[in-house]
Design a binder for this molecule. Sequence first.
Ligand SMILES: Cc1cc2nc3c(=O)[nH]c(=O)nc-3n(C[C@H](O)[C@H](O)[C@H](O)COP(=O)(O)OP(=O)(O)OC[C@H]3O[C@@H](n4cnc5c(N)ncnc54)[C@H](O)[C@@H]3O)c2cc1C
Length: 600
Amino acid sequence: MSSDENETSSGVPEDAHAGAGRYRLGDVANIVSHHSADEIDSIESDAAFSPLSSRLHQMFPSLSAREIERMRPFGFETTWKAGETLFTMGKPSPGLVVILSGLVRVARRDAMGKLHRVTDQHAGHFLGEIAQLYGHPCLGDGHAIEDTKGLVVLSPQLRSLLVAEAELGEKIMRALILRRVGLIESGSGPVLVGDTSDAHMISLQSLLRRNAYPYSIIDAGSEPDTVALLERISACKADFPIVICPDGTVLRAPDENQLAAHLGWLPEFDPIHVYDVVIVGAGPAGLASAVYAASEGLSVAVFDSRGPGGQASASARIENYLGFPTGISGQALTGRAFVQAQKFGVHISIPTRVRALHCDRMPLEVELADGKRIASHTVVIASGAAYRKPAIEGLDRLTGHGVFFGTSPVEAKLCRALDVVVIGGGNSAGQGVVYLASQANHVHLLIRGRELESSMSRYLIDRIARLPNVTLHTETEVVSLSGDESSLTAVNCKSPQGDVSFDVKHLFIFTGADPNTDWLEGCNVETDDKGFIRTGSSVHDGYEDVDLTLETSVPGVFAIGDVRSGSTKRVAAAVGEGAAVVGQVHGVLRERQRLTGGAR
Ligand SMILES: Cc1cc2nc3c(=O)[nH]c(=O)nc-3n(C[C@H](O)[C@H](O)[C@H](O)COP(=O)(O)OP(=O)(O)OC[C@H]3O[C@@H](n4cnc5c(N)ncnc54)[C@H](O)[C@@H]3O)c2cc1C
């Protein structure tokens, strides 16, 4: 197995963000600084790339003359004089640049506005990272040190190149991914300033992390002097967290969508284009259908309200997915699928919530949270499921203030060396316990039943039993939470031994899941009594000779994965349905063409 396999999500390693920059005091106003070409010469080398040093040959490979010739049909030649800028951090990307002659210095700016040399690249090397594949703004600066001639490959042509030239494509893709890893480890990108235990700060960090985007933090909570210093940017507490973006813009308490929009993640959609298929949800099911549909030539758009990977991205280690004998984290698995979908030209918009489906017209329309409508001949619902909120007094008030649904390294870091409580008896709770036990002082696992055997896989039960810092509390039900405005202080329970309280600041909830179908209200997609979407012969007659087992009660609308009634709630099953639905989408498109004499 190549060493990439376990370590990259969108190629990005699980703990890549762990080394992300944290800044102490400094002149924050300097962050928004500019650099003359003269300064470029004296830029210091970037030591933060050292963990990847054994892979520098893959990160900055050189291309042979033959490989460059194969790339020529996808690009065009441009020249830069010594001292000119090829690309600038936070500004639109020119695409991937293959250096034909000359020398280019790539640098990144840190939170203090200081330039760090990433690399000097000369003829035969290429410039770019994963942002160039997506068409996102640049995360570094590029300056011509000598007169330079380059072959520019724009994002759409880069995607075509990666598909058309498999071997060369692998070399380029690996380098782009590793460079993103390097940027994450060195803490490039936006700077988040605020209290790291604040719910708003956690949500922004989680957004960036889920989407494998580099960032760094200035912790105003542990460094109160920083707050005073930051008064030059803002004196108002309500303005925090503050985000200083790569282009120098300062955002005050942005929500996830505002931040994503400012970072250039949200693509423009052509209002008159009609997609072959729109997929709602970028979990394993949605990503699988996107990859198969786009690789078979369909025009595909995907929307997800959070980030790629869905529930699977919350899994610290998936051990039952075929082909990964040592297991793989959900983020690594689905991050790769996300890059794969981008490679095949899927239009992906994250975070973008779909708020309605309009089925009373053809083409169908999905309505986005901002009111925009996207037209499509078919729609695949892959919106999955989300943790059910148990009826616990104080839960709403304390969610995000020490109470979390699921876990990721962002939350786990907060409870390092502390005692925590976990609720839930399923496999997701089991994985959560194993992961948290590696960070926390002690993990109390609370279940309502008498034993774990009926709800958790044997391998997880055995693993938990071997962990010295985990205690299982059976027949224990949480009734209320104590805490003040900003944090949890105790979890109060009923148990056979009487009332018991755990004095903890962190509670992780992994209770059963409800389908994400609230956005379908008002359209005629039929659900079962628990809200999961019904498909197949129980809800429609179908066409003769066309397999429509995944079609809902509305023609042209399909449902796959955890949101589908009767589905197996597993990653492999979701991926399988994602692949299978594409054949059925083709069937519907063909049938429509037949009935309309060519037009869809
Ligand atoms: C912690 C944890 C560990 C797990 N471990 C394993 C394991 O080891 N092995 C295994 O096989 N399975 C595991 N599972 C189960 C597995 O993750 C799910 O079965 C799988 O993710 C289902 O995929 P899906 O694409 O159908 O839905 P989901 O993964 O739920 O993805 C749905 C996506 O749709 C998005 N969405 C929802 N509504 C909207 C909307 N209105 N607009 C836009 N986007 C929307 C969501 O943001 C989400 O990203 C685990 C689950 C959890 C929570």
